[in-house]
Design a protein around this ligand. Structure first.
Ligand code: G1P
Length: 271
């Protein structure tokens, strides 16, 4: 059973400047609700019991958002507003399931994952990248079902325009399982169009095995000098660990760019 999820939140959010110059991008409202709450709701519906947030000192604001009890209690005492009471209850529910660890240097997603090593209890855990919202269908839940069936690692995937391959982790398919699921042969982080093995991209949902930590510890910096989770995934594939790509059925919203962020509110307001 997958009961723990990790969420890297130490990114600087440069693609969303100036909105992120003093504000954490994951708290920016998407159709009136902080982006991170959509991710937490996906976790809860998928049966996750504990979520580990990887933040940095500069992103303390994320912790403050869930630890503002004194403020809420004072307001509720004065106002007895039903809406505020129910919002506070929701925050308390989230807070109960969140643990915080720190990544103070932006060394990449792989380095962020490594910070959670001592908290991971089971053989597999879920990772969600908060820039990637998937609506209309719970992608994590679907991936957990596949994991339970095949007892293997799983990554969310979708076909992208060949011109944009250098924006993603791109994988080569080994074997088709059914319409939406494929065994992966190899995966490359942000390849050039020339070197891309396909137009199949990895999207920010991963079910990873605990043994990835031993690979991450030894992982040399890759593209842009960062430690990439993709490179350690490839090391595991080299050692015959099965990775399944799951073509999710929901709608993907890229909230990490300004255009995508603005569009995400419009799309969610239609649901
Ligand atoms: C990360 C991963 C990449 C993946 C992407 C999905 O890249 O490194 O493999 O395709 O998320 O959004 P980032 O968005 O951090 O540049």
């Amino acid at each position: 059973m997958i009961k723990q999820a990790i969420i890297p939140l130490a990114g600087q959010g440069t693609r969303l400047l100036p909105l992120t110059s003093v504000f954490a991008k994951e708290l920016l409202p998407i159709n009136g609700k902080p982006g991170i709450e959509y991710i937490l709701d996906e976790c809860i519906t998928a049966g996750i019991k504990e979520v580990i947030f990887i933040i940095s000192k500069k992103k303390r604001m994320i912790k403050d958002y869930f630890y503002n009890d004194k403020f809420y209690k004072r307001i509720i005492k004065k106002k007895k507003d039903i809406r505020i009471i129910s919002e506070y209850k929701k925050i308390l529910k989230y807070k109960k399931m969140i643990k915080f660890v720190y990544q103070n240097k932006p060394l990449g997603t792989g380095d962020a994952v490594l910070k959670t090593k001592k908290f991971i209890k089971d053989k597999y855990f879920l990772m969600l990248l908060p820039d990637d919202l998937i609506i209309k269908k719970n992608c994590s839940k679907a991936m957990i079902n596949i994991h339970n069936r095949f007892k293997s690692s799983v990554m969310a995937s979708m076909n992208v325009n060949k011109k944009t391959v250098s924006r993603w982790g791109i994988y080569k398919l080994k074997k088709k399982i059914d319409r939406d699921n494929f065994f992966i042969d190899r995966v490359v982080e942000k390849p050039s169009i020339k070197n891309a093995p396909s137009n199949k991209a990895v999207i920010g949902r991963y079910i990873l095995p605990k043994k990835i930590f031993s690979k991450l510890k030894k992982q040399k910096p890759g593209r842009n000098g960062e430690i990439h989770i993709t490179d350690s995934i490839q090391s595991l594939i080299d050692e015959k660990e099965n990775f399944i790509a799951h073509n999710f059925n929901g709608k993907y919203l890229d909230c990490g760019t300004m255009h995508g962020y603005i569009n995400s509110s419009i799309e969610i307001s239609k649901v």
